[in-house]
Design a protein around this ligand. Structure first.
Ligand code: SAM
Length: 299
């Protein structure tokens, strides 16, 4: 397809951890190794390098100054745009790249509660947060679905990032099978109706409904690295009646981004973002924002 850059030619993205350094510093440091670096024109603080560059052992990675985080993954926290001082819940947090990004956007102010169910991944989350230097993250080892939204600790949560377990069908190694010629047809269509994907979608829906139950929540971003409608538009569509009755409406993060979702519900094509030509994942962001705040919060 015309829009799809072959995986081998895709840039490698890094996210600058602005809790520690700024983009200028990183450009200078990496420039010393004669690497060609460019800023991204949509997501602040991410930089693109030529494909195939391996920075895993680079000191800036090891000391948490930069994160090897793709563009799609970096769009999620920016879509939520938490303000410094807010209380934010990252519902399914490990390995913690988006948690660390939230902390950077909040300039380390306010509170992020990062929840992770899996014990091993919980330890990775701890390491990521330590490496990021984020001073405002509390890590909870447990099931997001078991969190009591009325508990005093959570009743003031302003914003929720929900990036639940998914099929991973948008991750680049697998992606070409699903996207060509269209992910809604052929092989992809069978896979997206598999029992596994249906189970995942049931969990994703439950988790999104739970996110909407937090009494003070104003913004919810739902994201996956799946290309299946079952895990994206269908999940959003099923919660929309309740969300609307609670005063939420779909928002349009990154209006300049042209690769949009399927028009399976009113506004679906504007509020979901399949990111098909990016290196590490295909991801959709659907954002629900409390309707009363549309007029008073810049977004
Ligand atoms: N947001 C993460 C990041 O960008 O680094 C990636 C999250 S990953 C897609 C989903 C995570 O949710 C996994 O680590 C998984 O163990 C965790 N998870 C799955 N079910 C959960 C639940 N019920 N409560 C909390 N975490 C859960």
């Amino acid at each position: 397809q015309k829009n799809h850059i072959p995986v081998a030619c895709k840039p490698r993205y890094i996210r600058v951890n602005t809790l520690k350094v700024d983009a200028e510093f990183v450009i200078q440091e990496l420039g010393k190794a004669n690497l060609t670096i460019s800023r991204d024109d949509i997501v602040p603080d991410i930089l693109a390098l030529a494909s195939g560059i391996d920075l895993h052992d680079h000191p800036l990675v090891l000391n948490g100054s930069i994160f090897l985080q793709g563009k799609a993954s970096s769009m999620v926290a920016v879509a939520l745009s938490p303000e410094p001082g807010w209380k934010v819940l990252d519902a399914c947090a490990a390995p913690g790249n988006k948690t660390a990004h939230l902390a950077a956007l909040m300039r380390g102010k306010g509170k992020i509660i990062a929840c992770e169910l899996n014990e091993e991944r919980f330890r990775t989350l701890e390491e990521t947060i330590y490496r990021s230097g984020a001073p405002n993250v509390d890590i909870v080892h447990g099931d997001f679905l078991d969190i009591n939204s009325r508990d005093p600790l959570f009743k003031e949560v302003h914003a929720i990032l929900l990036d639940p377990s998914c099929s991973g069908s948008g991750i680049s190694a697998q992606r070409l099978d699903h996207l060509l010629p269209s992910y809604g047809k052929g092989k992809g269509a069978d896979a997206c109706n598999s029992e596994r994907v249906k189970k995942l979608a049931a969990f994703q829906t439950k988790a999104l409904l739970h996110a909407l139950s937090f009494p003070a929540v104003e913004r919810v971003v739902y994201s996956t690295c799946s290309v299946y409608q079952t895990e994206n538009e269908d999940v959003i569509k099923s919660v929309l009646p309740l969300a609307t009755s609670l005063g939420f409406e779909l928002a349009t993060p990154f209006p300049e981004w042209h690769h949009r979702g399927l028009p399976v519900f009113d506004g679906g094509e504007y509020s979901s973002i399949p990111i098909k030509q990016l290196p590490s994942m295909t991801l959709r962001v659907l954002l629900l924002k409390h309707i009363q705040l549309v007029f008073c919060l810049p977004f």
